[in-house]
Design a protein around this ligand. Structure first.
Ligand code: CA
Length: 247
């Protein structure tokens, strides 16, 4: 459901945080409503939350909200899709990008060269084909973050995590915690959200369990609790997985 349609208030805010955490969010950047409207409907039917942006500047703002996948039209007003894709990569984001293009001859430029897109679909496309590409990208794309010269990679399907290509030995809860922090990389994740998403429990003040798991995770990442490089404590709020590039 779009953010504007959700209920307001403090409890609703917590619900929204949880909702954002569990939903797969797709950023759809397309200026032609004849394409974006049916496509957004189809993606929502698949269970994704869809954020539609009709120009390149708005698409870049949308990318800052850490979507799980970007569907990107090349011909966008203000900032074209190619440049949007380059800037997403320049910000250090590894989110999968699926390009929509009317011109097959543009494709090499986008996927092969420096723009860093993952796949493309040429217009006009069949909805079923596009949805299949979306599913494939979401499946195969591991969540990854470059932090303080190290790379942490999450394989959500295999429930494995890697630190500089070495597999981390994590308990189920430690894995879930790392997965959420890496997914929300660069953003503060509140204690409330972590408690609710990982321990499926309402938050009544004590987050000792959470703190314990954070400290074990730091140790397994070789991080120093006094001066953590990867998992920062944000006093009174929660934790943030630091990411290289744009801080
Ligand atoms: Ca267009």
């Amino acid at each position: 459901m779009p953010k504007s349609d959700r209920p307001a208030g403090l409890v609703a805010e917590l619900d929204n945080a949880l909702y954002d955490a569990i939903m797969t969010r797709v950023l759809l950047a397309e200026d032609d409503p004849a394409i974006s409207e049916p496509l957004a409907r189809a993606l929502r039917r698949e269970g994704y939350e869809v954020d539609v942006r009709a120009d390149g500047r708005a698409a870049l703002e949308g990318a800052n909200e850490n979507p799980d996948l970007v569907v990107l039209d090349l011909g966008l007003p203000y900032v074209d899709g190619l440049e949007v894709c380059r800037r997403i990569r320049a910000d250090g984001r590894s989110v999968p990008v699926l390009i929509l293009t009317a011109r097959a001859d543009e494709v090499d430029l986008v996927v092969g060269l420096d723009a860093g897109a993952d796949d493309y679909v040429t217009k006009p496309f069949r909805l079923a084909e596009l949805l299949a590409r979306v599913r494939a990208l979401l499946r195969r794309h591991p969540t990854e973050v470059g932090s303080a010269g190290a790379v942490v990679r999450i394989d959500p399907d295999g429930r494995r995590a890697y630190f500089n290509d070495e597999e981390l030995q994590l308990t189920a809860k430690e894995f879930d915690l790392l997965r959420v922090l890496v997914r929300e990389q660069g953003k503060v994740v509140s204690r409330e959200q972590l408690m609710r998403e990982i321990w499926e429990t309402a938050w009544f003040g004590s987050t000792k369990t959470l703190d314990m798991h954070i400290s074990v995770l730091r140790r397994k990442l070789g991080d120093d609790a006094a001066q953590p490089r990867y998992i920062a404590t944000v006093r009174g709020v929660g934790f943030r997985f630091e990411r290289d590039g744009k801080g």
